[in-house]
Design a protein around this ligand. Structure first.
Ligand code: 3PG
Length: 306
């Protein structure tokens, strides 16, 4: 059996070695497609594979049609909004993710960008510190929990909003549970987004919420560009020249925002949150084990489609 590792943005070499080891130890063959520039390369590569490991690579109905033998695709990472789940189910393909495996890397980048924002992008002017500032975490999943842990080290006051997470989990982590968006955006100096891109969240963070932020507010987005209402973001930044927006997920109107708001906005050139050797190794090797567990034993513990 063949397992394809298809990563437009490649894993660290060590992670690829580890994945290969797991797959070959199981008696399967690993094929590698990295840095592809055209979908046709992916369509060719999936033709004869039973398993597949991807990152933010798009797996839509066309890819699934081309992957006649495919039984499982594992997204080495958290968000699976890049996979057409209904089409996968229709093709009898199991879809899994690897929750938690890359979350520390993303959480560290939140602070990399937050410090940069409060220090005025290192432009030589006096900035502020994170200590004693209020941090609001929008969604308390694996990344949100790591953000809370690190924030404690900075001496921040941490609260979180997550209707899917019991208050006790937050309290146990020393985080104050909050129950409204008004409170989250209105009472925090820094808000860090960790909501997935779903029908419920797409375009949900816009003018109304952003302008609730207190003076000097910083919004950090290491989640997905799709959760933002980009027109609303632009309007909020135009109206409130004290606000900043830093993102690891470049908005479609990035050039416009940079031209208009200069150092008040920052976007990584490529999504870098999970781009560390450790995250690549953890998520990649977990994905390899999950592919083998499914192909060999039918275990689908991390399945996300029906
Ligand atoms: C995730 O959902 O796991 C992160 O956004 C990382 O995505 P990446 O693997 O494409 O860097």
């Amino acid at each position: 059996m063949k397992v394809l590792v298809a990563t437009e943005k490649p894993f660290a070499a060590k992670a690829v070695e580890g994945i290969r080891q797991v797959i070959e130890d199981a008696g399967y063959e690993m094929c590698l497609l990295e840095k592809y520039t055209d979908k046709s390369q992916l369509l060719d590569a999936v033709a004869d594979v039973e398993g597949m490991i991807i990152r933010s690579d798009k797996v839509d109905a066309e890819v699934l049609d081309a992957a006649q033998k495919l039984k499982i695709v594992v997204r080495a990472g958290a968000g699976y909004d890049n996979i057409d789940l209904a089409a996968a189910t229709a093709h009898n393909v199991c879809v899994e993710n690897t929750p938690g495996q890359n979350s520390n890397a993303v959480a560290e980048l939140v602070f990399g960008m937050a410090v940069m924002a409060v220090r005025n992008m290192y432009n030589g002017t006096s900035g502020t510190e994170l200590k004693d500032k209020r941090l609001g975490i929008h969604a308390f999943g694996q990344v949100g929990r790591n953000v809370a842990r690190i924030a404690k080290g900075f001496g921040m006051k941490v609260s979180a909003l997550d209707p899917y997470c019991p208050d006790e989990v937050m309290i146990e982590a020393g985080v104050t549970p909050i129950h409204s968006l008004d409170e989250l955006y209105g009472n925090n100096d820094i808000v860090s987004l960790h909501i997935p891109a779903t029908d419920e969240t797409r375009g949900s963070v816009g003018y109304e919420l952003i302008t609730k932020m207190p003076k000097g507010g910083v919004l950090v987005n290491t989640a997905r560009k799709e959760v933002m209402n980009e027109d609303g973001l632009k309007r909020a930044l135009a109206e409130r020249n004290d606000l900043k927006y830093v993102a690891d997920v470049k908005p479609d109107n990035a050039a416009e925002l940079s031209a208009e708001f200069g150092e008040r906005v920052f976007f990584t050139p490529k999504k870098m949150g999970a781009q560390t050797a450790e995250a690549n190794i953890n998520a990649g090797i977990a994905a390899a084990h999950q592919v083998v567990a499914y192909l060999r034993d039918g275990i689908d513990r991390f399945r996300v489609n029906k």
